[in-house]
Ligand binder design. Structure first.
Ligand code: SMG
Ligand code: MG
Length: 390
């Protein structure tokens, strides 16, 4: 068995030195145009409505991002549901008493069922605040050890095969270490075959976002011919059992994304054989507390993990970098440069991918980036503050 991360670190990862009274929660909806449309098996978007949350205490402001989309297509949460749950339940729970640490915070959210992305937003903001108060980076706060993290790019469904091949070439030239192709029935075997034919040795994976069922077994088996690193979430968004059945039939590792919404589900998936790899998204699992626990479980079991992405702005991206600096994140994450999606990001400097396909993990206080509040304000469609009373 591989040794786990330094468990002695567990105290600082989960508990702050002094209880912190959160004085204010800020909520903002910020619309960022995408440089080009991003299409998956469930639909296409050309702008990203970002829900930013902030928490204030003692003159510090911590920032978090809620990764829900506008429509309930990746999962049931939306910008609207997360806004409602944050404002009407979670912010009150956060401000009710001084917070003694991440464990305390996540325990306060447990009585509210589900709504993981909403919970994660406030956990992120709280962690940034804690890191700033302690004068440490987020990565240091959670015990991250890597100075740079390997990254890959996720390429949406394109109008033509040529458009896809162009993008594959473009991102390989920029250094990205792994190409992930979004697939769906009718946009799968042929395009994967052609990309593989042109690039016989690259790390290549596919992500179906639940576009198939077990009836497609033979079709999915054909993907085994292409030496893929993984097939991400081929079946239903909340399924474990059919994936276990499918994994028995496939040589290619299945990686679960949508189905793994907490530590218990991750453990069940590994025990059932539903996947051989895990994508961890802080938002999907409800925050740092669960993301760290899933990382630790996989690390102890020798299961490779990687950091997923939700087309975050720089704020969410900075949190992803901190997470991906943990020792178990051995596969390239979906953490692209800010410029892959946006002409201008909400942080300074923007996230950049080096020619070797890595991104530096920031070492400055908190996020390690400056939040560009002026630009955020210009792009804000709606904002609200909740102030602690009593
Ligand atoms: O952040 O670069 C990114 C996007 C990575 O493909 C990506 N995310 O299922 O993994 C996934 C998708 C979810 C978002 S689809 C709008
Ligand atoms: Mg996915």
């Amino acid at each position: 068995m591989v040794d786990g991360p330094n468990i002695a670190d567990g105290h600082s990862r989960l508990n702050s030195a002094d209880p912190v009274t959160i004085e204010k929660v800020g909520m903002r909806l910020v619309r960022l145009p995408l440089k080009e449309a991003f299409e998956t098996s469930f639909g296409s978007i050309n702008t990203r409505l970002i829900f930013l949350v902030s928490v204030e205490a003692g003159g510090f402001t911590g920032w978090g991002e809620v990764v829900a989309a506008e429509e309930p297509r990746y999962s049931y949460e939306t910008v609207g549901t997360t806004y409602h749950v944050t404002r009407d339940y979670l912010a009150q729970a956060l401000m009710a008493e001084p917070v003694t640490g991440l464990t305390d915070l996540s325990a306060r959210f447990v009585p509210f069922k589900g709504h993981k992305m909403a919970k994660a937003g406030l956990e992120l903001a709280y962690q940034d605040l804690s890191a700033q108060m302690e004068g440490r980076s987020l990565a240091e706060l959670i015990g991250g050890s890597r100075e740079r993290v390997p990254v890959g790019v996720s390429l949406g469904i394109q109008a033509t095969l040529d458009a896809l091949l162009d993008r594959v070439d473009r991102y390989l030239a920029l250094g990205y270490q792994r190409i992930k192709l979004k697939i769906k029935p009718g946009w799968d075997l042929e395009i994967v075959e052609e990309v593989r034919r042109r690039h016989p040795t690259i790390l290549l994976s596919v992500d179906a976002n639940s576009a198939y069922t077990l009836e497609d077994l033979d079709h999915l088996k054909a993907l085994d011919d292409f030496g893929l690193l993984m097939i991400e979430q081929p079946l239903d968004h909340d399924d474990l059992l059919d994936h276990a059945r499918l994994q028995l039939e496939l040589k290619t590792p299945i990686c679960l994304d949508e189905s793994l919404t907490n530590l218990r589900r991750a453990e069940q998936a590994l025990n059932l054989g539903s996947c051989r790899l895990i994508n961890i998204k802080i938002g999907r699992v409800g925050g740092y507390s669960q993301a760290l626990a899933i990382h630790d479980l996989c690390y102890q079991r020798g299961i490779p993990v990687w950091c997923g992405g939700m087309l975050e702005s720089g704020i969410g991206r900075a949190h992803n970098l901190a997470l991906a600096s943990l020792p178990g994140f051995t596969l390239p994450g979906d953490i692209s440069a800010s410029s892959r999606y946006f002409d201008r990001d909400v942080i300074v400097p923007e996230v950049m991918v080096a020619p070797d396909g890595t991104v530096e993990v920031p070492r400055g206080r908190g996020l390690g980036f400056e939040v560009d509040v002026g630009y955020i304000e210009r792009r804000t469609e709606m904002a609200e503050q909740i102030v602690r009373t009593g």
